[in-house]
Design a protein around this ligand. Structure first.
Ligand code: TXA
Ligand code: MG
Length: 341
């Protein structure tokens, strides 16, 4: 299959994409978090194609994207008052809510669970595509399973060339990490995946403490399954070996480890130490950002770029796992397979 990349602002792009969705095809589209691989959420056969294109295990459910509140009742049932408070505060935006599933959502989308993940993306092209299709769109991130999530149309092309007919190019995703997932199907709201909407902001709106699923920044050791099935799989793995530096004197520890290595070495660091790493001459590739938010925005692009440049080792500065830092450390530690120095 030939994969076409179309700028979303082309006059025919959204219409073409919507037509494909309505014909049961799979289309990649931009969102504010990462690119999604979408199909009509009511069409079980179309949603199966998503699993095939990504090589995604069938027990890992998809997120359903809607463009307006009227669509919600066709996706979720028994919508609680807390759901409305969260939607008022954060939608459209990078928050996914887990609620009781509506009948019309096929089992393949929810991997047989009686709950469904729903979000309203804050991206004009995503909203235009859902509106033009007239149906909710089920979409996981548009990477091959296990690879870093795509934050540009080029990233999607790297993984999906020949597997899907169309990629809508809407520029770089500004958040850079996937949405925060909050399970409100039980009695206590539980954070299943951290994102750029941090737990403290959520608990302000829900007016209660948010439980944080263990396994978010530590490997699960007791054999228990994480509540978001997707969190148990290897994630975000570039070809390079990734190591996270959690020591205090990061520059010394990283340069010391890097100086013993042959091959291309990269570092992902805070802006304040960029010059030091540059002057050391040890790194073939350096990416930096000011803060947790900036690091989230560059992480997946940095991991993919390092692979394209043939980098063999990537050293990443750890940051404190608070606020947005929780999302960054969650993705980073998974990419590193929890290897730390
Ligand atoms: O930002 C995002 O959320 C992006 C964009 C495209 O919207 N999508 C995304 O999808 O990250 P994906 O499939 O890569 O991650 C979905 C996560 C998985 O970890 C999955 O297990 C979890 O959501 N999930 C989906 N439905 C669930 C449910 N009913 N209960 C618990 N976890 C669920
Ligand atoms: Mg994903």
């Amino acid at each position: 299959m030939k994969t076409v990349v179309m700028p979303a602002e082309d006059s025919h792009a959204i219409k073409t994409a919507a037509r494909l969705i309505n014909k049961g095809q799979v289309v990649a589209f931009p969102t504010e978090t990462v690119y999604g691989l979408g199909a009509n959420a009511f069409d079980a056969d179309a949603c199966m194609k998503i699993f095939a294109a990504k090589n995604r295990p069938a027990d890992n459910p998809l997120i359903v994207h809607i463009s307006n509140r009227d669509m919600l009742s066709s996706v979720a049932d028994e919508i609680k008052p807390v759901a409305y408070r969260l939607m008022d505060a954060f939608w459209p935006g990078p928050l996914t809510l887990i609620m009781k599933k509506a009948e019309g959502i096929p089992e393949v989308v929810t991997a047989g669970l009686n709950t469904v993940a729903v979000r309203m993306p804050d991206h004009k092209d995503a909203i235009a595509l859902i509106d033009a299709s007239g149906v909710p769109i089920a979409a996981p991130s548009a990477n091959s399973s296990g690879r870093p999530s795509p934050t540009s149309a080029m990233h999607v092309f790297e993984d999906m060339d020949t597997r899907i007919p169309l990629i809508l190019d809407g520029g770089a995703s500004y958040a850079g990490v996937e949405s925060t997932i909050l399970d409100i199907s039980g009695d206590t709201p539980t954070l299943l995946r951290p994102g750029i909407i941090p737990p403290e902001l959520l608990s302000k709106v829900t007016e209660c403490e948010i439980l944080i699923d263990k396994g978010i920044i530590a490997p699960i050791q007791d054999g228990s399954a994480p509540k978001a099935p997707g969190m148990k799989y290897t994630h975000y793995s570039p070809k390079a070996n990734v190591v996270v530096c959690e020591s205090e004197n990061k520059f010394e520890v990283i340069t010391n480890a890097a100086s013993g290595l042959c091959g291309n070495v990269a570092v992902i660091c805070l802006e304040e130490r960029r010059e030091l790493y540059e002057e050391s001459g040890l790194f073939a590739y350096i990416r930096s950002a000011e803060d947790a938010r900036g690091l989230c925005a560059i992480l997946f692009d940095a991991l993919r770029s390092a692979d394209l440049l043939g980098v063999e080792h990537i050293f990443c500065e750890g940051i404190s796992a608070n606020g947005i830092g929780l999302a960054y450390m969650n993705r980073l530690l998974k990419a590193a397979g929890y290897q730390t120095i």
